[in-house]
Write a protein that binds this ligand. Structure first.
Ligand SMILES: [Zn+2]
Length: 497
């Protein structure tokens, strides 16, 4: 056995590598930049954890998910790997200080993109021997970075300040143009690119067209009733998540819950746990639910509202059937569904008038200190304030000849264009009833269909009914008469006694 195998066994307790882990790890160890696209649950984290332990210096792992960071740190500590830490907003001031003062002692540090941008943090990291920069959920750079979490766009800059250590970008789904965006934003040079297929052959794909929202609701209830559970229903708004969870609870004996970003952290955590333990069988959620959740036995994902791009669709429907068992993805839509996602895209950005107003105010004021907080103080919501302060800074760094509002409006136009194109691509996929849906999905990711799935899609024809007779029959008593039921209950009592 080679050294890698020995270490794998000694540190992680595995006797062999999965899939292409060894290749990736060897590339990372030799100092190459690596882009890895592979399904959740396929052992991505080992691809940076093992090299981090083998290399001299400290590996920095950038992750958007605070809970996931904490989990990984705990897991490593349980394996006996103690010199790991996380640095994020969960920590107290004292804890943060302690981590920063002990940086060279750690082999791995997990950090959020926001914390990475703090000046004191970056100063310390720039003096550290950084062995590797790993960016987890790297599609966030492209999906959220430009608008919601602009600190994602600055990871490349931070990388330069750290002396350009080798970079490993990891994601489960990224179409070619998103891949390009990631490589570009992280300043990756001639990277090794490894992409697994995004095809999930155990998930059948259906789209169902309805005339009205009400018909869509009836169809949803019918599908939820018939399909094996647990399952998820994705909706476009918080309000609808609540309404549909109520409707399901009222009409069926299944525990259903809503989940969205407007709920308290505690409530969300509770519902997530209940869902993971099968105590809640149906979850009606916005896209706030999902990333980092690895529940293997989800039997269906229904889209009551369609997502704004195909990547989100693939990510969301891909939460079904991680155990490899037969699963279903259903997308419900009506002719008028195109209105809402367009509005959503518009809301993501400040209007031209707002940009005009804030630029004028900031120019007359001290224009060298345009922080998010300051923009917020003029009545802008968090996301817009973040956006404006980020691009104001970019305008200044680029010494752009245009005015600030021209520059910011140009960015808005470009980003809206990108988003509308993605939305149209999604809608074309939904309305195209002539070509295998799986095939067109794969084409979006630059792949070709290798072998058709047994139960492929509504265009190819799905022969199996929605109901799974074996699984639907295990509900317990409903087929018994009251006499039988009473008898069974008495039997139970006797056995207990
Ligand atoms: Zn098909």
């Amino acid at each position: 056995m080679g050294t890698l195998d020995n270490r794998l066994y000694e540190w992680f307790g595995y006797s062999s590598f999965k899939h292409n882990q060894r290749e990736i790890i060897e590339s990372v160890l030799s100092g190459e930049d690596v882009f890895l696209m592979t399904a959740t649950g396929s052992g991505k984290s080992l691809c940076y954890q093992l090299p981090a332990l083998l290399k001299q210096g400290t590996a920095i792992i950038v992750s958007p998910l605070l809970a996931l960071m904490e989990n990984q740190v705990q897991e490593l500590k349980q394996l006996g790997i103690k010199n790991v830490a996380s640095y994020n907003s969960f920590l107290s001031l004292k804890e943060k200080k302690s981590v920063l003062n002990r940086l060279p002692e750690y082999k791995l540090i997990y950090i959020s993109p926001e914390s990475l941008q703090q000046k004191d943090v970056l100063d310390k990291l720039s003096r550290l021997n950084v062995s590797l920069l790993a960016v987890d959920e790297a599609h966030c750079i492209s999906q959220w970075g430009h608008e919601f979490r602009t600190d994602y766009l600055k990871i490349g800059e931070a990388r330069n300040k750290m002396g350009s250590p080798p970079c490993l970008a990891l994601t489960a789904t990224a179409a070619p143009e998103v891949r390009k965006d990631i490589l570009d934003k992280l300043n990756m040079k001639d990277p090794v690119i490894k992409c697994d297929t995004v095809d999930r052959t155990n998930i059948s794909i259906r789209t169902i067209k309805k005339e009205t929202e009400e018909e869509k609701r009836i169809e949803l209830i019918d599908c939820v009733r018939k399909l094996p559970k647990p399952g998820m229903v994705y909706v476009g708004s918080r309000k609808k998540a609540e309404e549909l969870a109520e409707a399901i609870k009222n009409e069926m004996p299944f525990a259903a819950s809503a989940y969205h970003g407007g709920m308290t952290k505690e409530d969300r955590h509770l519902i997530q746990q209940q869902f993971l333990l099968d105590e809640v069988q149906i979850i009606c959620c916005t896209n706030a639910f999902g990333m980092g959740i690895n529940k293997p036995n989800i039997r269906f994902v229904i889209h009551f509202d369609y997502p704004k791009d195909i990547e989100s669709y693939v990510q969301e429907m891909g939460r079904a059937g991680r155990d490899g068992q037969r699963s279903t993805s259903i997308l419900l839509y009506t002719e008028i569904d195109h209105v809402f996602p367009r509005k959503m895209i518009e809301w993501e950005f400040p209007t031209e008038e707002e940009v005009q107003y804030i630029c004028e105010v900031l120019r007359t004021d001290d224009s060298h200190d345009v922080t998010r907080k300051r923009v917020e103080s003029y009545g802008f919501e968090d996301v817009h304030a973040r956006f404006i302060s980020h691009y104001w800074e970019e305008w200044r760094n680029k010494e752009d000849a245009r005015s600030q509002e021209e520059f910011i409006n140009m960015v808005i136009k470009r980003r809206k264009g990108w988003k509308f194109n993605k939305l149209i691509q999604m809608e074309e996929w939904i309305s195209n009833n002539n070509k295998c849906r799986r095939e067109t999905l794969l084409e979006t990711f630059g792949e070709t269909l290798q072998s058709p799935a047994k139960q492929c899609c509504d265009v190819c024809g799905i022969t199996e009914p929605l109901e799974d007779v074996d699984e639907a029959g295990d509900a317990g008593f409903p087929m018994m008469s009251w006499q039988d039921r009473l008898y069974a209950l008495l039997q139970q009592q006797t056995h207990k006694g």
